[in-house]
Design a protein around this ligand. Sequence first.
Ligand SMILES: Nc1ncnc2c1ncn2[C@@H]1O[C@H](COP(=O)(O)OP(=O)(O)OP(=O)(O)O)[C@@H](O)[C@H]1O
Length: 780
Amino acid sequence: MKFQEGTEQQISRGIRATPSPAAEISGEMEKIHVSVRPRPLSTEEEAKASPWKISSDSIFMPRHSSHLSFNFDRIFREDCKTLQVYEARTKHIVSAALRGFNGTVFAYGQTNSGKTHTMRGSPTEPGLIPLALHDLFDSIYQDASREFLVRMSYLEIYNEDINDLLAPDHRKKLHIHENLQKGIFVAGLREEIVASPQQVLEFMELGESHRHIGETNMNLHSSRSHTIFRMIIESSQKTLDEGVGNAYDAVRVSVLNLVDLAGSERASKTGAEGVRLKEGSHINKSLMTLGTVIKKLSEGVEKQGGHVPYRDSKLTRILQPALGGNANTAIICNITLAPIHADETKSSLQFASRALRITNCVHVNEISTDAALLKRQKKEIEEHRSNTKTSRSDHSDEEILNLRNTLLKSELERERIAMELDEEKKAQAQREKVLQEQAKKIENLSSMVVFSNRDEKREQDHFKKGKRRDTWVSGHLSRDSTSEVQSHVLSRGPSLKSERSEREPGPLLPFAQVVENERLCSISEQDETLEDSALPDPYALVHVTRRKKPSSMRQKIPVVVESESDRAQREYEDLFLQSETEGITNEIRTEYLKEKLGENDLSGEATTCKHLDCRVVGNVHRGESSVQIRDPEDILLIKQLQEKINMLETERELDRLHSQRALLERYINKQHMGTSLVEMEKEKAVWSSTLSPKRMSEGKQRRRLWTPISFKNQGRKFWTPQEEEMLRMGVENIPWRKNIPWRKILAMGKNVFHKSRTPTDLKDKWKSICNKATLESSAS
Ligand SMILES: Nc1ncnc2c1ncn2[C@@H]1O[C@H](COP(=O)(O)OP(=O)(O)OP(=O)(O)O)[C@@H](O)[C@H]1O
């Protein structure tokens, strides 16, 4: 036997409690069907005449003072069979349950009125439940268009506790829950999948074994609890043929409740005590709530928004959908016509008569599964596609029409542009024609102008060449020499000019004659070049350098008038040449003294030493045979000569430094005076050439040469320009001696150097300072 819980099963099957729109639309108003079934009277009860009379579907008490009468949907007779009861209404409800409608049939009545007999039946007479089961499964078996899944549950409400009669632990209390998907349900209630009436009945037997049944004075097998037998019926259209059946192919889920209520009882009659009394109390309480709910519903309280006490009892809470909701409901009011139970029968009939006025809204419970949703969405997509296809077709036609209009406009525009282009071409041709005529006129006029310029240009070139030859004449630059050169050049000029004048404007010559003329002309040019290549004098070189300015500057600066920069340049060049001349003179003098010293030094000796440094070493043995020990007087002479040489070199170096310093000052002054950049760059180039690494290195070597000797005790090897100036003046103004107190001289002459205003004043002051310092140093 397989047990499954309904909740888990629904989840596993992907059922969603979302009613389909079709189900909502198919709601119908259904009244609760109420029928009355009187139990057959016993022999004792038949002995007494019944106060109740039944006529058709009415029951009344003819002897009652108010002529109590009740009308119902159906009033059975005492000898009626349960099958008649079933076919009267229950059969319809079962059939509706197979179509997806909820259905509830419950038996209501006092104890021992035949409720259990009606619902369950007896071995000889089946009750509504077996009849419904057989009828249900027979209908399922006969329906080939749908697939069904049937589950069943069986519970009891005992003393307001819910027990699962199919569960092994049937004493376990279950609780009622409610949600949007499942509605009101008992959590944990077992739902058994059943496929046949017999299988259901077997489960019922199991449940009956768990049911609370007690013995009372009125009933040997009195039901002490309310029992609810529930069939959950799911069905769906078979999918063998896609084109047949429900458009949504949803799952229909319906619930069929067959309820056997416990009977109301009076303790005085039942003799209930203890547990039975308690049971009877709960039974009566729940039945009273059921009566109140029925009363409220019959009065339309719920439709008016009033409160219906469904939650006051477990019974009404579970049966809430059947009483005031979505269910086909039938109430079988079991009564007894015995006079002894006339009041209980009257109460039951009053209860049943109220239920007659209750109307439920019934609709098919269709639940969309994932597959059904997928199928429906697929169908919707196909519908959208077809709609889109139609709209796209319309859209495409519209686009084609727009494109054609655009194409037509483009063609018209193209034709218009072509016409404008033709007109423009014609206008352009006309303009070109006019321009050509104007060009011819200009050419004619220009030819004459160019011819004149050519002559003028040739004269200028001739003047330039004469100027260049004038520049490159060797020797001192003078007006006389220039004129001589010019006359020399001019003496040859007419011949060349005559050749060119014969060649340029003259008539066409034979090719051989032209080649010969070219050769002669090139020879003449070579002669001019050879004449120009004579070595220039330094001044001429300077002028050549000046001529290497941009042509624009040559045109702007007059040649005859000497500018300030040219004058400064010329002064600088004079100074530079003077310095170089003096340097060369000093070198010649130095070499002369060296040679003279060498002659004195090496007279009578076989070995010649070329370096003075070697000689001043003094008493050195050069060899056993050739080297002689010098006389101390010779050594002294050598030292004196050496000192003189050093002094001359010092003077020359100071002169050079002085020249550089002067150049630097001029350069700086020109910067402040706003000298043009070209001139500054020129000065800078000259200044850099004087301070080239080679010359700097040479200057340092010279310094090192004389500094250790002349100023070896002064503690300094390098001097500032001011100190160098002072030293130079010291060398010039004091007689040479071995230990000159240069530091002292510098310290004493520092202020004098600055305060002296004229060179003569400075020279006199400096001489006195040198003498004073020398005397003080000698005295100390
Ligand atoms: N229609 C009927 N035909 C024959 N016997 C009947 C009929 N109705 C009831 N009985 C008999 O009456 C007795 C009591 O019936 P039943 O047990 O069904 O009453 P009940 O309403 O269920 O009582 P309780 O509420 O105490 O359970 C039973 O023995 C039953 O066989």
